[in-house]
Ligand binder design. Sequence first.
Ligand code: IMP
Length: 209
Amino acid sequence: MTILIATNNPAKAREIAAVLSANDAAGESVTWKSLSDLGEAIPEPVEDRDSFLENATLKATYYSKATGLWALADDSGLEVDALGGEPGVHSAYFDRNSAHLPRAQRDGANNAKLAAMLLGRETRSARYRCVLVLAAGDCVLAMSEGIFEGVIVDEPRGRGGFGYDPYFLVPALGKTVAELSPEEKNRISHRGKALAALREQLRTLSPRA
Ligand code: IMP
């Protein structure tokens, strides 16, 4: 069985592949492919839905239909309580002025905007949320969700991870996610938890591809 990991975010693709390849997800051999393993580039769909579930479903069904493979898509983001749950589904493009910039610069601008908006605020609680959808064509085979609680700090710390990780502190560890090793992050992260839940569901699906 071949399953496509349908994300254009290389950091996410690495995290997903690391967790999935460490386990034999379906109880038999699954070949995990990334979009970069495909011969030709597939244009990205527009993620314009109002929820993580809708965006993940949109991506999984789109890439499955485009390739004929089962496709696993993730939609994820940061929900900050003091901002009423924002940036949420807008996490990747929180700073609209930097929407045209490469991912790393966009992440920097998003973080600067987040830090500025929270300056002087007492409520710092936030969570990462990840929704995964596995689709075969238009059919959704499995879905799962993972949540990762933390607090937003004023100054960035650490060089690992991506996106908001340098500002996302895990209180129990006294470290930001950017200070964790990839293995530590995958063990406790929203994506790691959603992948663990999806793996359980995969075991019950019989391979058809
Ligand atoms: P997507 O790639 O369109 O799903 O956008 C998700 C966005 O949410 C990313 O670009 C990041 O800004 C943020 N995000 C999601 N997961 C993480 C994570 O594990 N660490 C840091 N930021 C994340």
